[in-house]
Write a protein that binds this ligand. Structure first.
Ligand SMILES: *[C@@H]1O[C@H](CO)[C@@H](O)[C@H](O)[C@H]1NC(C)=O
Ligand SMILES: *[C@@H]1O[C@H](CO)[C@@H](O)[C@H](O)[C@H]1NC(C)=O
Length: 365
């Protein structure tokens, strides 16, 4: 071993035994800029943001080798002792500083449930190539979703729910090929769902309820073979339900309630054995309910209320393994409710406000 080799070994031993103090000074500066744009008056979480070892700062962790900031996790609702001591949940005002974008080794950015953080999402966040988790739920963030969001190749979780985000869903979002969890719920989003959403092959949850999204449900959604949960309720979606949704292998929850969806209910949605929660309430669905229920039918929630469904109640419904929270009220159904223990155990409210239904649990025919 030459002198240089010995020197290197010594250096490595020293580095392992006494990790270099602190974090990269550039990262410290960026974090202090981020902090300066926020105001957290009740818990004092930023009081810990002193000194040069930013792994010691509340909510921050650094890569021990590179000393670069890897994670920012600041949740306003948490079981951390700091919340217990203060006896309250978190509250912050201010905005997200674009200085965050200098933290180019960042993999996790969680600034969630602080209620009053406002301003826009810095567009430069789309340049954070290592970002895996972006969670800004439960603030008052406004403006658009950055149009280049699709550049975040490593992103697995995008949670922007419960803010005041407007504009449309950027078309580039379909490039997020590793995204598993998408939550855009309870914002002010308009425009249509990108028609090629079916490209997001890892997507498991797509939660977009409580917005003003319009247009129809893209048929390509049915290509998302890992999708478990699709929630588009309380939007302005129109057109009919693509029959392909009934053939999705592991779709368990489909909430399309409170939209302007028309046409008939695809038969295979009602026979799909994996779908357990189906809410189509408060739309303009028409046609008859097909008499196709089978012993494998298992719905914990089946809500078809407030539509224009006609015809009679399918007799085969009573052959279902289980149907909980059945609601067929406020349609144009007619005729006698089939007899049997299944129907006897339901409340009259499941059938009320139809054209001419009769029999238990309603009045006898
Ligand atoms: C920096 O803080 C972290 C977390 O508390 C700790 O594990 C690490 O040893 C500290 N590094 C130095 C050099 O003090
Ligand atoms: C279905 O959605 C409607 C309206 O959005 C809601 O009121 C209802 O409780 C939901 N039904 C079930 C069974 O969860």
């Amino acid at each position: 071993m030459g002198l240089t080799g010995a020197f290197l070994v010594t250096l490595i031993i020293v580095a392992v035994a006494f990790p270099a103090n602190g974090c990269s000074p550039e990262d410290i500066a960026a974090l202090l800029d981020f902090k300066a744009a926020l105001n957290e008056p009740y818990l004092g979480i930023f009081n810990t943001w002193t000194g040069t070892n930013c792994s010691d700062w509340y909510g921050i962790s650094c890569d021990p080798i590179t000393l670069r900031v890897a994670n920012i996790v600041l949740r306003g609702e948490s079981e951390d002792p700091i919340f217990e001591k203060a006896g309250r949940s978190g509250y912050m005002t201010g905005s997200l500083s674009p200085s965050l974008c200098k933290l180019d080794m960042l993999t996790t950015l969680v600034v969630a449930d602080w209620k009053d953080i406002s301003g826009e999402i810095p567009t430069c966040l789309a340049s954070l190539q290592n970002l895996r988790i972006l969670d800004l739920i439960g603030n008052k963030i406004s403006g658009d979703i950055p149009s280049d969001i699709g550049q975040l190749n490593e992103l697995t979780i995008l949670n922007l729910g419960e803010n005041q985000i407007s504009g449309s869903i950027p078309p580039s979002i379909v490039s997020l090929g590793k995204l598993i969890h998408l939550d855009l719920s309870t914002n002010m989003l308009t425009g249509e769902i990108p028609s090629d959403i079916g490209k997001m092959s890892m997507l498991s949850r797509a939660i977009m309820n409580n917005n003003q999204i319009s247009g129809s449900i893209p048929t390509s959604i049915a290509k998302l073979y890992r999708l478990v949960d699709l929630d588009l309720s309380t939007n302005q979606i129109s057109g009919s339900i693509p029959a392909e949704l009934g053939s999705m292998p592991i779709l368990t929850v489909l909430n399309l309630d409170s939209n302007q969806i028309s046409g008939s209910i695809p038969t295979n949605l009602l026979t799909s054995s994996g779908l357990n929660i189906l809410n189509l309430s408060r739309n303009s669905l028409e046609g008859i309910l097909p008499d196709i229920f089978v012993p494998t039918t298992y719905f914990t929630h089946l809500d078809l209320s407030y539509n224009n469904l006609g015809g009679s109640i399918p007799k085969t419904l009573s052959s279902a393994k289980y149907v909980g929270h059945l609601d067929l009220s406020n349609n144009h159904l007619c005729g006698s409710i089939p007899e049997g223990s299944f129907f006897n155990s339901l409340e009259a409210s499941s059938f009320s406000n139809n054209d001419c239904l009769c029999g238990s649990p309603l009045l006898s025919c």
